[in-house]
Design a protein around this ligand. Structure first.
Ligand SMILES: Cc1cc2nc3c(=O)[nH]c(=O)nc-3n(C[C@H](O)[C@H](O)[C@H](O)COP(=O)(O)O)c2cc1C
Length: 326
């Protein structure tokens, strides 16, 4: 993990992936204080809200942490400026290729820029654009997902690019043995989300955590797209009434498109807003029936609420045992 820890400045190269509504000051500082690397999920926050969240996180930890920004946020450049004002050391750009000027603006602030690479060709392009590190995330992950499995992305991308930039593997990681195997393939570290949702320090509603503890891998299903005109980015979540409601929402938006009441851009935004609202309902209000229970397939390995430090210690011990045995 040496390349990973050198890049992140943490004790172990285990990133707690940004999770909207979950990855706020408490979880982020707990992860960084325990030796991992926490990331604030900016999601749809305004620059003012992000400003407050960064300040509050800094008050809880003196260890390094980063901020995850969504590339399609209409105020992306203002959010980058807020991070620069606070001297944020690492910015992860998620949700599509970074718009022109964003990588340069982050680098000019002195921060390191980390991007998601959904395929080898794009990974190469991002390396050429000067990113400091990559995250490759497979479809086992919770939240918005791509179409390819983590194991396949790792085989395609690590042998080609691991010597050029540090690469973090994400999606479906529940135990340390698999962390060891990705490190052996050349990864610099890993990123986990689902495994941290039930951390004691996570502010997720108790009922949200209970749903995770009860669920099996097969309950974390990818959403389906019902209209070929409406390319919905699949979201992996525990199935509930909300899953059905999302299908109904797509039908409703498709009909609005048919009737010329919305254009394509507005239709897609309508769908993305649906997820943001639904996740908040489940994480914060505890509406686990109608809200969105975004979760990865590793949810089956979440069996109790426990402190972040215990989760990290267990993952590291399992990885060490596996590496020593090999
Ligand atoms: C509840 C939830 C919300 C998430 N929200 C975001 C997000 O806002 N931005 C992002 O880049 N990734 C998001 N993710 C993905 C995580 O950052 C992480 O990459 C993923 O959970 C890793 O896979 P795993 O769930 O199999 O551990 C989310 C994941 C979950 C489970």
């Amino acid at each position: 993990m040496a390349r990973g820890t050198a890049l992140l400045g943490s004790e172990v190269a285990i990133i707690c992936g940004a999770m909207s509504w979950v990855s706020e000051r408490n979880l982020v500082s707990a992860v960084s204080n325990a030796g991992g690397f926490g990331l604030i999920a900016c999601g749809a926050m305004t620059p003012e809200l992000l400003d407050k969240e960064i300040a509050a996180t800094k008050a809880l930890t003196s260890k390094p942490f980063g901020v995850n920004l969504i590339t399609m946020h209409p105020q992306l450049m203002d959010l980058i400026a807020v991070c620069a004002k606070h001297g944020v050391t690492h910015i992860v750009l998620a949700g599509g290729l970074p718009p022109k000027g964003s990588i340069e603006a982050i680098k000019a602030s002195g921060a390191k820029v980390i991007c998601f690479a959904p395929a080898l060709s794009l990974a190469k392009k991002l390396v050429r654009s000067g990113v400091d590190a990559l995250i490759i995330e497979g479809m086992e992950a919770g939240g918005h997902i791509g179409p390819v499995a983590t194991s396949v992305l790792a085989q395609e991308i690590l042998p080609e690019l691991a010597s050029e930039v540090p690469i973090f593997v994400a999606g479906g990681i529940g135990r340390g043995e698999v962390i060891a195997s990705y490190l052996k393939m050349g990864a610099a570290g890993v990123q986990l989300g689902t495994r941290f949702v039930c951390a004691t320090e996570s502010i997720a509603h108790p009922d949200f955590k209970k749903a995770f503890i009860r669920a099996n891998a097969r309950d974390a299903i990818a959403s389906v797209q019902i209209d070929p005109r409406l390319p919905v980015i699949p979201v992996r979540a525990l199935k509930n009434v909300g899953t059905e409601a999302f299908t109904a929402k797509q039908r409703e938006v498709a009909q609005m498109l048919d009737e010329g009441k919305v254009d394509m851009m507005a239709a897609q935004l309508e769908i993305e807003h649906y997820w943001a609202g639904a996740l908040r309902r489940a994480v914060i209000d505890g509406d686990v029936e109608n809200g969105s229970l975004m979760a990865g397939q590793s949810v089956g390995m979440v069996s109790r609420e426990e402190p972040v430090a215990a989760i990290l210690a267990e993952l590291v011990a399992q990885a060490e045992t596996a590496l020593e045995a090999s």
